[in-house]
Design a protein around this ligand. Structure first.
Ligand code: S3P
Length: 445
């Protein structure tokens, strides 16, 4: 998959304009699932426009470690699946920075009788795995990690699983997918109840692999998903929609710059991922959608955002939080340009993402002369003029891209200490940002 040469520190400021169109990388969540479901399936799965970042590379390597064959081409991947006959990995599987790889893989490892060791980088090794360890143990697997939060390195030993009904404390698609993957091989029918609109890519994609699920909408805005054990998956071909979370930084920057106009082509419009577009519209930005179609069960379209003369502050209700959880860093760029104080609620899980994103955003915005406050369940930002400043990315790709996007609306340069982390999800990010007209110094094109 793609790679770009990047120096580590970079400085960004506003250029002539912020105008143009770009094609975002393939969606990261969809790519992880396609690769891992393909590894379980019988036959050859062909994935077109996969996400080219390091997180999905980790899922490809994990699939290979469990016995699948993975061949990468320019803008596609072929996965020759195991038909469910998974090998025991001889070495620890390195999930890198990717929480999705580790949590989904744990559900697959729970199907294997021998031990599977899962390791990650320093950030991933701090993230809580208890949310998957506890229900997997209830199903009959043994999951060992360190400390109260059950952090990686993890050892998962499974084999003989029994179905459970589980309601995760956080409406998490990673937890749901982990349990559904284990449930496909368990005795009985596994049920996951999500009390919120967590992303539903698993439910949309499994039928393409021949998986049978029962999904029922709940009054809470969430859903109940059931999967019967003993199912075998079969390979399929699919094209991955553009990543809405990657596009978000550039669309939020467009909303924040009066007169800007940016189009993201063939981007996912999945309602469980479209919260940011809804918020930008509520703030007064013009959001237009063209060329609607469907790719692999996911709605896609070309999204154009135009920056209005004034953006209005908006209080994002807690019920919307799951639909923009990865876009909160991008949201701060629009909030920083609005009249008044904007706030996001129901987003406490941001504390345990690739970094403590609430802390990283508040510190970074303050370093740029803006007023921001941390709250127990999110943060608030007062609109203003960024002074420029030095921001630590904390090696978190979404923090790096958010402050680069803030730079695109700032007359004074914003300097980022280490942006190599954008390779996690959007290796070409700085090339695209520069192409839209921002001044980017320090990154090789
Ligand atoms: C993801 C689900 C979300 C999201 C993450 C990817 C997925 O996490 O933040 O980046 O692909 O299922 P949670 O499941 O922890 O909410």
């Amino acid at each position: 998959m793609g790679e770009q040469s990047v120096t580590r520190s970079v400085s960004i400021r506003r250029g002539e304009a912020l105008r143009g169109a770009f094609t975002p990388p393939g969606d990261k969540s969809i790519t992880h699932r396609a690769v891992l479901f393909g590894a379980l399936a019988e036959g050859e799965t062909r994935i077109v426009h996969p996400n080219p970042g390091e997180d999905c590379e980790a899922s490809c390597a994990a699939a290979a470690a469990l016995g699948a064959r993975v061949d990468r081409q320019a803008d596609s991947v072929r996965v020759t699946g195991t038909g469910g006959a998974l090998s025991t990995a001889r070495e620890p599987i390195d999930c890198g920075n990717s929480g999705t790889t580790m949590r989904l893989l744990a559900g697959i490892a729970a199907r294997i009788a021998g031990p599977t060791h899962l390791v990650g980088d320093a950030s991933l090794s701090r993230r809580p795995m208890r949310r998957i360890a506890e229900p997997l143990e209830q199903m009959g697997a043994r999951v060992r990690g360190s400390g109260e939060a059950v952090c990686a390195p993890l050892t998962v030993e499974g084999g003989s699983l029994a179905a459970i009904s589980h309601t995760p404390r956080v409406a998490s698609a990673q937890v749901a997918t982990c349990l559904l993957l284990a449930g496909l091989a368990a005795r009985g029918t596994t049920e996951v109840v999500l009390h919120g609109p967590a992303r539903d890519h698993t439910e949309r994609m499994l039928p393409a692999f021949g998986g049978v699920l029962e999904v029922r909408a709940l009054a809470s805005g969430g859903r109940r998903v059931r999967v019967a054990g003993g199912q075998r998956l079969t390979a399929c071909a699919l094209e991955v929609a553009g990543d809405a979370s990657a596009a978000a930084f550039l669309l939020a920057a467009a909303a924040a710059v009066p007169g800007a106009e940016v189009t993201a082509r063939r981007v996912s419009l999945n309602p469980t991922r479209a919260g940011l577009l809804r918020v930008l519209e509520a703030m007064g930005a013009e959001v237009a959608i063209g060329s609607r179609s469907e790719q692999a069960g996911e709605p896609v379209g070309d999204v154009t955002v135009r920056g209005p003369r004034r953006l209005h502050a908006f209080d994002v209700p807690a019920e919307w939080a799951p639909t923009l959880i990865d876009e909160v860093p991008a949201w701060t760029v629009a909030a920083s340009a609005a009249d008044g104080v904007s706030r996001v609620r129901g987003a406490e899980d941001l504390r345990v993402k690739e970094s403590d994103r609430i802390g990283a955003l508040v510190d970074g915005l303050s370093a740029c002369g803006l007023e921001a406050h941390a709250h127990a369940d999110g943060l608030s930002v007062r609109g203003g003029v960024p002074s420029g400043g030095d921001v630590s990315t904390r090696l978190d790709h979404r923090i790096a891209m958010a402050f680069a996007a803030l730079g695109a609306r700032s007359e004074a340069a914003i300097r980022l200490d280490d942006v190599a982390c954008v390779r996690t999800s959007f290796p070409d990010f700085f090339t695209v940002l520069r192409g839209l007209g921002a001044q980017v110094d320090g990154v090789a094109a």
